[in-house]
Design a protein around this ligand. Structure first.
Ligand code: ZN
Length: 156
């Protein structure tokens, strides 16, 4: 089966930003974009080096639904492309639900992107997990999140 990436490299400070976003919008869902270098063919590690918050475009049921406007996504992709970066993933929170994709998520996801979910329990962020949509759109595969080792600080 085709896979678009094997694991997702996400800095701890970026993961902390996703957690905070999920806590701030609680009890509604938070959503946004993961930005990183354009993946080169054959490179299976997906790297995130920036996170961008998005507005939840859903006008109802925001406690358990989120919607990303495809026009917004296309504009963002063009913007980041011009900066030598790509939208490599999409994140959203699950207020009082586990960090696992829902049926709604399955029906509204696009292949290729890394999907990151933040479980928020009673206003406190819990598990953060990454998934990839199967190429046929029928299901999800969990993908490990790896935290890069921070650069060493050397004394002069
Ligand atoms: Zn969801």
């Amino acid at each position: 089966m085709t896979r678009f990436f094997s694991d997702l490299e996400l800095r701890e400070e970026h993961e902390a930003l996703l957690r905070r976003h999920g806590e701030e919008t609680y009890p509604e869902e938070a959503c946004g974009f993961l930005i990183g270098p354009h993946p080169v063919p054959g490179e299976l590690r997906r790297v995130v080096d920036a996170v961008v918050r998005a507005e939840n475009e859903k006008r109802s049921e925001r406690t358990h639904r989120f919607l990303i406007n495809p026009d917004q996504l296309r504009h963002l992709e063009q913007y980041w492309e011009s900066k030598g970066r790509s939208v490599v993933g999409i994140y959203h929170s699950h207020p009082d639900h586990p960090a696992a994709p829902s049926q709604f998520d399955l029906e509204h996801a696009w292949p290729w992107y890394a999907y990151v979910l933040i479980g928020v329990d009673h206003g406190r962020a819990q598990k953060v997990a990454a998934f990839e949509l199967d190429p046929d759109g029928a299901g999800w595969q969990p993908r490990p999140i790896v935290h890069p080792i921070p650069p060493l600080i050397t004394e002069r």
